[in-house]
Structure formats: structure tokens, C-alpha cells
Ligand binder design. Structure first.
Ligand code: NDP
Length: 253
């Protein structure tokens, strides 16, 4: 059976860890050549190693999506190393600015906003410019169920940034579908990565907390997010434009 992303070139931001790594591996298993981007070289090289060990092709690109020149360079280097760019997944993000709104530090607010909102904007801006000039493609952004679908006390900064990512993604989907660029987003609830683990919390304590935190009684797996991302990026989702696919085990059902 032919692989779903054979001959496709995919860029995944934040591809060195967590959800981004799982997304990169899933694309590679479906035949794609994958560029993984982030600020830290070590984890990116590990993802590349995992893909190469399975016989796939991947490249690590260091860059900071909050910097427009870096965001543009990540697109250029993906094309240089992989020969094309067909799909981009904007997954880079940070959880920060934790605490009640009145106590959020201004610099921390700017950092979270800069990474999650400006970073997603800059990444998309340069990816879309390339895709519309080269026959189109697909973009999948990673938002959160927090922000648009629900709020959590102490996550005001994070929720505000993710609501902005959702709004920006839907607007971009309308703006650029006529350019042949199909844009959608995934909004996960708690997924089993360090981001959803409380400081000092053991795996057993987290599993116990998650039993009550989601109707399905567990956190989501990174592979479940990856499966949704691949679906949205695939030709089978050709009629899906500006969709917000919530993956939260029923929390906001
Ligand atoms: P991780 O912290 O493992 O992944 C975040 C990745 O983003 C890291 O690889 C990090 O690499 C990269 N990154 C952060 N800032 C930048 C930047 N300025 N430029 C380039 N890369 C950057 O967390 P997760 O895998 O859990 O989260 C991935 C995404 O999923 C995030 O957007 C998160 O908000 C979202 N999400 C996660 C949920 C969860 O429960 N885990 C739930 C809902 C949404 P480096 O630091 O090296 O740059």
C-alpha cells in the first residue's frame, strides 16, 4: 500500500520534543521527508536520529519562530534540504505567565504572547508565501482547548494566546484557500507530555489526577494528536478548511 505522504516535504516547529516529535515521526512513517525546527539542537538531533533509524529522511533546523528572519530561514532551509515544502505544522509553544491575571508579570506575558501568537503568525506568514508561490499545500496549527473552548484559573495568559492562535488560523484559512493553501487547527486538552505535568508530580500521581480531569479518564497520547494532524494535512481532508479539531477526551463536549 502506498504511504499517505510519500514524496511530501513537511516542516514541524517544536519538532524536538513532545507532540512535535510524535508528529514528525508519524509523517516520516507515512513516507514524508521531515524538517524539525526549534531553538535547541540536542532534542532536534534526537528526533532526526529516531526517524533515520526507521529508514526515514529528516533534518534538524535550529531557529526561533519569534524572529521573522529565522521564520523565513526555516522555510528556505526546508526547501534547500528537502527539495520542497508541502506541509507545515506550527506546534512550537510555551506554557507560561501562570497565575491570576492581576499577578501576571508583564515580561512573562510578552514572552508567552511572542512565542505562541507572534511565533505562529511569523511561521505561517513565510510558509504561506512559499506555498502559494509553489502550487499550494497544507498547514496545521496546534492550539489548545484552553482559550476558545474553556478557561482554567491561572492560565489566563496561555488561554489568551491560544484563543488568538485559533482566531488567526481561521482567518488565514479563509484568506488563503484560494491560493491553494489549506489551513486547519488541532486543539488538544491535556496530553501526556511534561507540559501537562505539575512540578514534582509523579507519573502515577498524574495518571490519578487525569482520571478525574477528563471524561475518558486519562490524558491524551502524543500519537493521538499526531494522527489528527496527519488527517488534516492529508488529501482526504481536502474539504476541511479552517476547522478546529478538539482532542480533549470529552472535557469540552
Ligand atoms: P513541549 O514543551 O515539549 O514542546 C514545545 C516545543 O516548542 C519545544 O520543542 C520547544 O523547543 C519549541 N519552542 C518553544 N519556543 C520556541 C521558539 N520560540 N521557536 C522555536 N521553537 C520553540 O510541549 P508539548 O509537546 O506538550 O506542546 C506542543 C504544543 O502543543 C504547544 O503549542 C502546546 O501549547 C500545545 N498543547 C500542549 C498540550 C499538552 O497538554 N501537552 C495541550 C494543548 C496544547 P525549544 O525550547 O528547543 O525551542
Amino acid at each position: 500500500m502506498s504511504k499517505r505522504f510519500a514524496d511530501r516535504a513537511v516542516l514541524v516547529t517544536g519538532g524536538g520534543t513532545g507532540i512535535g516529535r510524535a508528529v514528525a515521526l508519524a509523517f516520516a512513517r507515512e513516507g514524508a521527508r521531515v524538517a524539525v525546527a526549534g531553538r535547541t539542537e540536542g532534542p532536534l538531533a534526537e528526533t532526526v536520529g529516531l526517524i533515520e533509524r526507521e529508514g526515514g529522511k529528516a533534518v534538524a533546523l535550529t531557529g526561533d519562530v519569534t524572529d521573522g528572519a529565522d521564520a523565513a530561514r526555516l522555510v528556505r532551509e526546508t526547501v534547500e534540504y528537502l527539495g520542497a515544502l508541502d506541509v507545515a505544522v506550527n506546534n512550537a509553544g510555551v506554557l507560561g505567565g501562570l497565575g491570576p491575571v492581576a499577578d501576571i508579570d508583564e515580561a512573562e506575558w510578552e514572552r508567552v504572547l511572542g512565542t505562541n501568537v507572534t511565533g505562529t503568525f511569523l511561521a505561517m506568514k513565510h510558509q504561506i508565501a512559499h506555498l502559494r508561490a509553489n502550487g499550494g499545500g497544507a498547514i496545521v496549527n496546534i492550539s489548545s482547548n484552553v482559550g476558545t473552548h474553556m478557561s482554567i484559573a491561572g492560565l489566563g495568559a496561555y488561554g489568551a494566546t491560544k484563543a488568538a492562535v485559533t482566531a488567526l488560523t481561521r482567518a488565514a484559512a479563509r484568506d488563503h484557500i484560494a491560493d491553494g493553501v489549506r489551513i486547519n487547527l488541532v486543539s488538544p486538552g491535556p496530553i501526556d507530555t511534561p507540559m501537562s505535568t505539575r512540578p514534582g508530580e509523579s507519573a502515577a500521581d498524574k495518571a490519578e489526577r487525569m482520571k478525574g480531569a477528563t471524561p475518558v479518564g486519562r490524558a491524551g497520547a502524543v500519537d493521538e494528536v499526531a494522527a489528527a494532524v496527519l488527517h488534516l494535512a492529508s488529501p482526504e481532508a481536502g474539504y476541511t478548511v479552517g476547522a478546529d479539531l478538539v482532542l480533549d477526551g470529552g472535557v469540552t463536549a
